[in-house]
Design a protein around this ligand. Structure first.
Ligand SMILES: Cc1cc2nc3c(=O)[nH]c(=O)nc-3n(C[C@H](O)[C@H](O)[C@H](O)COP(=O)(O)O)c2cc1C
Length: 536
């Protein structure tokens, strides 16, 4: 496939639209294989294409030669050479930018001078083509600055309907185009570019499908969010019309990303204290939206103390917020819950991990009950009745497995089941109960203890759902919190094993009492430790 890509943005390579065009070309190349695609590009900004003089000399001479001798002759040759022309341009005053319009006008030598009937219902009158352009395809790729493309491209479409025949072109049009140059929003814009890549692959196969067109038409961000970000991006206060500190406009843009659906009935006030600039401002997170307060009148519930550059690096994804916190590059005081639920408050939603398809729908997250049922059944059933113990334990394990079948199973669910089945088998083989109870505490304790040294500690599997899902498993503070909790539980159960050895008659009491301090520790520590690290 021979492709001519015309970059009509005055920004050249730095064009937002060109990023979409490159993604589209990537999609074509992936689909066809790089050898099956020949590409020529024209950057309108860099070529010498003078405006048409309107002299009609090109129509007057037999060869259709223009009287202006510049780069246009080569561009016309490429238009004739190409199977596909991609017109890549920003929307300027609801049309194509001036230099690109010049280039379009200068295509007059491609036409013969004679008048012919227009048969596709687009306007009246036409000129026949001097070249065989049948079967050639056109694509327009464009971004615009307003929140939507809807209603803004009627002029462009009218122009291309005349040039290519009614609807005789594919289009990739995207509003909020300036967001493609904002590194902080790359998660969302990269997701869009991925759809454009897919559109390119489909185009290479025949045409962009209706479902992809639907995806392409979706807004990058809701109108309100986008417009608040756009307004804040100029660094000029809307109220006073005066320039304001870069850190404040940055905070306003951050506030624009607030998702009011995350409001849980309590207003929170996040203070951004840019320590290197002496600038403090608060974002009031209410049920309707976020407001930025710069006059010091708001009392923060959570304060982030950070150099501006560090916060920018985090927002741009150059460094993880958790790692920067662990390295004490910034600190947090006040209610740390807001930081834990940061993605709920400010996430774009584009970073959600795709759910694992299973039979008939989503698999539910793992539950600790699945790991605990075999152990609790063993300890309870055998202490009530050593004779019925095996049967009751097996029944409880079977029921637990069936009831929780839709939950994702962890390695610890499987290990627990295997360990308890081994204990039941040992009891049926005649092993004495005190030995089995002691062995069960050792096995249970070791499982926690060893997991604390493993990549993902045991408890992390079961609580990750409350901390952003699998993303939490890359969070060193989350992992360390769980590591310490697992150590405590491991030691507790190994201590239970020792106590059961020393005082076998009190085994039941020990197994009930020892976990109590561990449970209290878990509840307190899981809140205290992350906040402690955050305070620096
Ligand atoms: C002179 C000028 C006129 C513009 N006119 C419009 C317009 O009519 N409608 C619109 O939505 N955006 C308009 N924009 C915004 C651009 O279309 C938008 O910023 C686009 O993403 C720039 O793309 P580029 O980086 O590929 O040049 C205009 C921008 C400029 C500089």
């Amino acid at each position: 496939m021979r492709i001519l890509a015309i970059n009509g943005s005055p920004k050249g390579e730095r064009s937002n639209t060109w990023r979409l065009t490159q993604a589209f070309l990537d999609g074509i190349a992936q689909q066809l294989g790089p050898d099956a695609m020949e590409l020529r590009t024209v950057c309108v900004r860099d070529v010498d294409v003078r405006p048409c003089l309107g002299c009609f000399s090109c129509l007057r001479n037999e060869s259709g030669t223009c009287c202006l001798h510049d780069d246009m002759q080569g561009i016309i040759a490429s238009r004739v050479w190409a199977d596909v022309t991609i017109w890549s341009f920003p929307l300027y005053y609801f049309g194509v930018p001036g230099p690109l319009k010049n280039l379009i006008d200068r295509q007059l030598p491609m036409s013969l001078p004679f008048m012919v009937e227009r048969t596709d219902g687009v306007g009246n009158g036409s000129h026949p083509s001097r070249h065989d352009m049948s079967g050639k395809r056109n694509v327009i790729i464009s971004t615009c600055g307003f929140y939507t493309t809807e209603g803004n491209y009627d002029g462009v479409r009218a122009q291309f309907d005349h040039m290519c025949g009614k609807g005789g072109y594919e289009e990739v049009l995207c509003g909020q185009g300036e967001l493609f140059r904002v590194p902080e929003l790359a998660e969302r814009t990269d997701a869009y570019l991925q759809i454009v890549r897919h559109a390119g692959a489909e185009f290479a196969q025949g045409g962009i499908t209706a479902s992809t067109k639907e995806e392409l038409a979706k807004l990058l961000f809701p109108r309100k969010t986008f417009e608040a970000m756009a307004d804040a991006s100029w660094g000029i206060s809307r109220e006073t019309g005066q320039a304001e500190d870069e850190a404040i406009s940055f905070t306003r843009q951050m506030a624009a990303l607030y998702n009011p659906a995350s409001h849980d009935g309590t207003d929170r006030i996040l203070e951004m204290d840019y320590t290197d600039r002496g600038v403090r401002c608060c974002i009031v997170l209410g049920p309707e939206g976020a407001t930025v307060v710069t006059d010091g009148s708001a009392t923060p519930t959570t304060s982030v103390h950070t150099p501006f550059g560090v916060w920018q690096e985090i927002a741009q994804g150059k460094v993880s917020g958790v790692d920067a916190l662990a390295q004490h590059r910034y600190s947090v005081t006040g209610d740390f819950d807001l930081m834990i639920r940061w993605d709920d408050y400010f996430g774009s939603g584009a970073d959600e991990e795709p759910s694992q398809p299973t039979d008939g729908g989503k698999e539910k997250p793992p539950v600790m009950l699945a790991m605990l049922i075999p152990w609790v059944a063993f300890w309870t059933a055998f202490s009530i009745s050593p004779t019925l113990g095996p049967a009751i334990t097996l029944a409880a394990c079977a029921i637990g497995t069936v009831v929780l079948a839709r939950h994702e199973r962890t390695v610890y669910d499987t290990l627990s089941l295997a360990a308890v089945l081994t204990l039941v088998a040992a009891s049926l083989a005649g092993a004495p109960l005190p030995t089995l109870q002691c062995a069960s505490f050792v096995a249970f304790g070791l499982m926690w203890l060893v997991s604390a040294l493993w990549f993902v500690p045991l408890s992390a599997h079961y609580v990750k759902g409350s901390y952003g899902g699998n993303k939490a498993l890359r969070n060193s503070i989350f992992l360390n919190t769980n590591r310490i909790i697992c150590l405590v539980w491991g030691v507790t159960y190994l201590a239970s094993a020792v106590a059961a050895l020393v005082a076998p008659q009190a085994t039941a009491l020990i197994s009930e009492l020892l976990p109590v301090p561990a449970a209290v520790f878990t509840v307190v520590f899981q809140r205290w430790y992350p906040a402690h690290v955050a305070r620096g």
